[in-house]
Design a protein. Sequence first.
Length: 76
Amino acid sequence: MEVNAGIAVLPAYAFTALRGRGIVARPLTDPAIVREERLITPRDRDQSAATVAVHSILRNLLRQMISEIPGTGSPN
């Protein structure tokens, strides 16, 4: 990309890594691209403290990443 060699499709959270690198990032808006993520845990047992902590970290990280995406506004 930095040698005028082409284009790339990246997740929106990657925009922040491009700041200051002389690369233009334009969102794809039509059609909108939606991606759902899931945290999978066993149904038949309680979540460990580590699982609960990872879930909390991931949720907070994703909310932060969403708030940094241009044009998304505040997360719900």
